[in-house]
Structures are given as C-alpha cells and as structure tokens.
Design a protein around this ligand. Structure first.
Ligand code: PLP
Ligand code: COI
Length: 333
C-alpha cells in the first residue's frame, strides 16, 4: 500500500505507478502502453503547444464497500471527448478504447484508489494532444492520448460548504459558436484571469454570463450552475457556450425521478436578482465531477452582495450531494 494519508488528501497531483499512452499516426491509433515517467518529450513544433490543439476530460473511480472499484459513467466522458476532438479536428478516441484505457490504468494503479470510507476517489484525467509538428495553422499529423490517474480528496479543503461567487460583467468565458461547449484547455486559460480577479476581491468563483448580452447566466467557475427559485429548479439551457456536464445530466435525472419541478431554460441575471430581492431564491449550487455540488452562499453583482439561504447548505443541495455520492460509493443503487 502506498504511504498516503487518505483523509488529508486534497485535489492535486500525486505520483502513481504509471499512466497509459496511445499514439495516433498514419491514420490510426496504436496500442496502449503503460509509462512510468510522468514527463513527456515532444517536438517543439507540436500543435498542442502552438495552436492549442488539445482537450481533456475529468472523471472518477470509487472504491465501494465490498472493495469493488467502479467508474462513474465513463462512456459519457468518452462521448464528450469525441465531440471535443471533432470540434478541434483531432482524431476521436473511440468509446471502447477510452473505456479500455480507463479500466487498464485504474487496475495498474489499484493500490492508489482511496479505500471506502476515506471520502477520497481516484481522479482520472484523459488528455488528447496534437504532438506532430505543425507550423502552418492546420491540424497536426500525429496525436497522443494519455490517461493519467491520481487519488484525490475533496475539491475544496473544507468539504461541502457555501462559496462566494461574483459576477464580473466585463469578462467572458466563452462565445456563441466558440468552444464553450467542449472541454479544451483554452477555455480555462480564458477564465483564469477573471478567476484571479475574483479571488482578489474575496470570491472563490465567477458566475459567468453569456458573451453577447451579458444577460443570461451560463456557468459558475468550472461548473454548471443550478438555482431553486420559488420551488422550481432552474439550470441554464445548453445554448452552445456551456459545457454539458455529466454531473448536471445526472442531477437532472435524479430530480426528475423524484418528481421535482425542473427547467432547463434561459435564466437572466435580472430574474435571479429579482428572486433574491423578493426572497424567492431558495438555493444555488455549482455542480461538476471534482466538487460534486458546491453551494453558493454569497453572490456579488455590481455593488450589492446578496446572501443565499443564510449562507447555509440548502436541502436540495445536500440531498443531491448525498444521492450522487451515495450512488458513486454504492450505498444507493
Ligand atoms: N463546466 C465546466 C467549464 C467544467 O470544466 C466542468 C467540469 O468538467 C463542468 C462544467 C462540469 O462537468 P462534469 O459534471 O462533466 O464534470
Ligand atoms: C470539475 O470536475 O468540475 C472540473 O471543473 C474540473 C476542473 C478541475 C477542470
């Protein structure tokens, strides 16, 4: 067993036994190979370095009570990565190959999967990059698909507790017909400066508005966002500049199965502020693989700071956390 204090694990890199790598050249994918060395040697002209021809995914494996290690909905990540690859003119990784890579790399690092009851999981980070040299702006002729793994604890050190979010209406994360609905590194590069600005103001997350009218809510930080307004759970409709989250999709299914009133629709900042001012905004939370759900306790817009649900974890937020993690840990079918 590795010498890891599972309970104090955060969300960061830990060296493990190996990752798995596949190379695409001459029009096809080669065999997967385990690589011990976590560094990579590549051509200085690689298209991922110059033109951002890269994408990634994020998913988790969980050790359940009976010791079985399971992956949470990996085919959804596989399909999303295929869509991202198509959008960035990279060779898609077939779903079967993606799942095979995940199973192989988790098995090869099985002792690094945090044991049941520690609250940790194994984070799986698939990465697809253009590694062929490409100086004219065009797709590369060679690609590398890597799947790396690491044991992680809670995304936020303090666990499930409300975060402070701020609307910065002079920064955009994504544009219509851009790449906001796929998982490319450039989206995170585009949002880092605003994130830093928010941190400096004392907020850990940016609540993103649409890039055209700065009117409609899109995402929070690197998560999808949901609100409970006057009994209705509202999440922004996938208009093309929002990443279709697998946690979002899972939550919508849980809520619909429970008979909750759920809407995927445009949600304007005016409607949200109006709900806040009229006491109708009951809860707000971000959702994504890393954090699962993340309650929003404070929201700053222009010169006002609003408190949501007394800065406490709401009933629906807690239920969703318990249900989703319950399924992941195998406590709930
Ligand atoms: N939105 C962005 C920008 C993200 O990076 C993520 C995380 O991957 C999500 C939403 C949530 O997606 P998922 O639930 O698939 O992790
Ligand atoms: C998520 O899993 O919710 C993320 O946004 C991943 C992040 C570390 C890029």
């Amino acid at each position: 067993m590795p010498n890891i204090d599972w309970k104090s694990l955060g969300f960061g890199f830990t060296d493990v036994n190996c990752h798995i790598r596949y190379v695409w050249k001459d029009g096809k994918w080669g065999e997967g190979e385990f690589v011990k060395d976590p560094t990579i040697t590549m051509h200085i002209g690689a298209s991922c370095l110059h033109y951002g021809q890269e994408c990634f995914e994020g998913m988790k494996a969980f050790c359940q009570k009976d010791g079985k290690v399971v992956l949470f909905r990996p085919e959804e990540n596989a399909r999303r990565m295929m869509r991202t690859a198509q959008r960035t003119v990279m060779p898609p990784v077939p779903v079967d190959m993606f799942i095979e890579a995940a199973e192989k790399v988790v098995k090869a690092n099985i002792e690094y999967v945090p044991p049941y009851g520690t609250g940790g999981s194994m984070y799986i980070r698939p990465l697809l990059i253009g590694t062929g040299p490409q100086i004219g702006v065009a797709p590369a002729s060679e690609y590398t698909f890597i799947m790396m793994v690491m044991p992680v604890g809670a995304y936020y050190k303090g666990g499930l507790k409300p975060v402070r979010a701020v609307i910065l209406d002079d920064w955009d994360r994504a544009a219509p017909h851009g790449m906001g609905d796929v998982k490319v590194g450039g989206n995170y590069a585009a949002s880092t400066r605003a994130g830093e600005r928010a941190n400096k103001k004392g907020y850990s997350q940016v609540l993103w508005l649409d890039g055209v009218e700065r009117k409609y809510i899109e995402e929070v930080g690197a998560m999808n966002v949901m609100f409970k307004i006057d009994g209705e759970i509202v999440t922004p409709a996938l208009t093309g500049s929002i990443l279709p989250g697998i946690t979002r999709k899972s939550i919508l299914q849980i809520l619909r199965d429970e008979g909750a009133k759920v809407s995927e629709r445009l949600l304007s900042i005016d409607e949200l502020i109006d709900a806040l001012e009229n006491g109708k905004l009951e809860e707000g939370w971000g959702c994504g693989t890393a954090a699962v759900v993340s309650p929003i306790g404070h929201l700053k817009y222009k010169d006002n700071v609003y408190t949501i649900n007394n800065n406490e974890i709401g009933e629906v937020t807690q239920m969703l956390y318990d249900t989703l993690t319950g399924i992941q840990w195998g406590k709930i079918e």
